[in-house]
Design a binder for this molecule. Structure first.
Ligand code: NAD
Length: 273
């Protein structure tokens, strides 16, 4: 992709020209891969972590750790309360998610590697989605006393609705119906190991890419952020769409500073024209 280096300030005209250049790159792509973070879902009403109004402005990061979840009934009760509150009005995909799904249908993208756990790429129609950090759409038994960030449950697994219905029926911390162990969302917490095979699958997809588009991520959370970094080192063109600087701007071929929904939908219209 002959995109050249363009670093764009937070300016509508420049963002528009960045979207145009992204559209041109996507039009040429045959196996692009989108790498997404929490920022692609803020326009769907899901807060990210590190923005000014992000979750870290309201909660303590350590309360999101696997070991705290296992050790503290209060942390679990609060996790279920928050989850029920969020899903009482289920978030919907926004134009950014929809643009990526359209680009996959049109054969420009081979798939999406996401750090997100919200399922909005699938809801938008993306077919190949590698969820590096699991999914909040499901829950699983993690056993009574799992250690070292590894769930050690009995195999019970259900949709998130199962847990939310139990919560609604009065169980503040729903337990496993099969073995009595702890139940946790299949979203990966801090201090929890990634699910086996997921990083390999994402690495394969990114290695086969002819363009990587990183969207809505600070590109600071590892090992996830290692994927676009490795792609750039291997000479795969890297485009970044984010509303503030990221850790990889220096090595990117194209940086578009703007809102993900607007930039991606404009780029997709151009790429698919
Ligand atoms: P992050 O919160 O560290 O960074 C998000 C980045 O996106 C920030 O740079 C922010 O300025 C930018 N951003 C926010 N809204 C944007 C928009 N509309 N358009 C363009 N840029 C926007 O998120 P991260 O880098 O993905 O890493 C945090 C970890 O937390 C990841 O594992 C992530 O998956 C997880 N997380 C997921 C969700 C979710 O599933 N929706 C929500 C919160 C956190």
């Amino acid at each position: 992709m002959p995109v050249g280096r363009v670093t764009l300030a937070d300016d509508a005209r420049l963002a528009a020209s960045g979207a145009r250049r992204l559209g041109e790159a996507l039009a040429d792509a045959r196996a692009g891969v989108a790498f997404t973070g929490a920022g692609i879902s803020t326009e769907s009403g899901i807060p990210d972590f590190r923005s000014r109004d992000g979750l870290w402005s309201r909660y303590r990061p350590r309360d999101f750790s696997f070991s705290r979840y296992v050790a503290s009934p209060q942390v679990r009760v609060e996790a279920w309360r928050r989850r029920r509150e969020l899903w009482s009005r289920p978030p919907r995909p926004n134009p950014g998610h929809l643009a990526l799904a359209g680009l996959e249908r049109a054969g420009r993208l081979a798939g999406v590697v996401t750090q997100n756990v919200d399922g909005l790429h699938q809801a938008a129609g993306s077919r190949r989605v590698v969820e590096l950090h699991g999914s909040s759409r499901f829950v699983m038994c993690i056993g009574a006393r799992p250690r070292a960030g590894t769930p050690a449950g009995c195999g019970f697994r259900a949709g998130q609705d199962w847990a939310l219905a139990r919560h609604e029926a009065g169980e503040a911390d729903p337990g496993c119906p099969d073995c009595g162990g702890l139940v946790k969302s299949t979203a990966v917490s801090f201090g929890q190991n990634l699910f086996p095979g997921v990083l390999d699958e994402a690495t394969r997809l990114v290695r086969s890419a002819d363009l990587v588009v990183a969207v809505g991520s600070t590109l600071r959370v590892h090992p996830a952020a290692g994927l676009p970094a490795a792609a750039a080192r291997a000479g795969v063109p890297l485009a970044i769409v984010n509303d503030e600087p990221t850790s990889l701007d220096e090595v990117a071929d194209l940086v578009v500073r703007g809102r993900a929904g607007r930039v991606l939908s404009a780029a997709a219209v151009l790429a698919l024209a």
